[in-house]
Design a protein around this ligand. Structure first.
Ligand SMILES: C[S@@+](CC[C@H](N)C(=O)[O-])C[C@H]1O[C@@H](n2cnc3c(N)ncnc32)[C@H](O)[C@@H]1O
Length: 267
């Protein structure tokens, strides 16, 4: 694990270099921004909502939440002090956001305090997602809404594909699982929400596909985050494969698509 502070932590989030990880998260947020805006709009939530952002990381999505719930307020929580500092700096001008260091599996928040909870690409990093979801349910007001978005590595479709790529993704997922995470959580979100006591849960699938120059960024966004879970030989192999895929995509002979899963649960 690259960060000493996290050596005994029970989360599986890891990256090789903070600068490239910040670029990756920033591009990821940019790629999904419009869809996220549509997702929030469809939920028909009040702009006055009290919002919890669980696992805010460096705060790339915090500004969108703060703008969307402009008459409400946003509490953004993360375990990592270094990322929280970046989030504070990035969002220093926002008046309706409070950043807090904490574990969203054990929130230091009163029962029924939030109208909306957004957990984006963070539930796949905790060893006991049901415990986290129960905690979200505890702090959600009656009638409140939870939205969890996350990935599932089996949803990746690539051309050229190659056995190596699948093996490498599987190795990375296995290492993440050993650290207490789950790269295949997408398909489990419905069941996990039900187990946590959310009776009313719907899962939406959002496809992301590389189609032309302006979507090429999806390639590093998806695969660079896997490198931290691989050994140096595997890292080189993944880099070779993504380079080939990049060439094929640029030449118009390749294909890359993956799904984002969004579970929407009402209390
Ligand atoms: C892949 S990053 C996503 C960050 C942000 N949500 C985004 O979409 O850009 C996952 C984040 O979840 C945080 N995280 C993981 N487990 C956590 C926990 N139990 N409590 C609080 N934060 C957690 C990590 O520190 C990391 O910042």
């Amino acid at each position: 694990m690259p960060n000493k502070e996290l050596e005994n932590s029970t989360m599986s989030y890891a990256f090789l270099k903070i600068n490239s990880e910040m670029d990756r998260l920033g591009q990821q947020a940019q790629a999904a921004r419009e869809r996220e805006f549509q997702l929030f709009s469809a939920l028909q939530l009040s702009p006055k909502a009290r919002v919890l952002e669980a696992g805010c990381g460096p705060g790339f999505i915090t500004g969108l939440l703060a703008a969307f719930f402009a008459q409400g307020n946003v509490t953004s929580i993360d375990l990592r002090e270094d990322l929280l500092q970046l989030a504070k700096k990035r969002n220093a001008d926002l008046k309706n956001v409070e950043f807090k260091k904490g574990d969203f599996c054990q929130l230091n928040e009163a029962d029924e305090s939030f109208d909306f909870i957004y957990c984006r690409l963070a539930l796949s990093h905790v060893p006991d997602p049901v415990a986290a979801l129960k905690e979200f349910r505890r702090v959600l007001k009656k009638g409140g809404t939870l939205c969890v978005t996350d990935v599932d590595d089996h949803s990746v479709i690539a051309q050229p594909e190659g056995e190596t790529a699948h093996q490498l993704l599987a190795h990375a997922a296995q290492r993440q699982a050993e650290m207490g995470g789950d790269r295949y959580i997408g398909r489990k979100l419905l069941g996990l929400c039900n187990q946590a006591g959310f009776g009313d849960t719907k899962v939406q699938l959002h496809p992301f596909t590389v189609q032309g120059e302006d979507t090429m960024g999806l390639l590093p966004v998806y695969f660079e985050g896997r490198l931290a879970y691989l050994n140096p030989v595997e890292q080189k192999a993944l880099e070779r494969w993504t380079k080939n895929l990049n060439t094929a995509l640029s030449q118009g002979t390749g294909f890359l698509s993956f799904l984002m899963f969004a579970a929407i649960a009402r209390k």
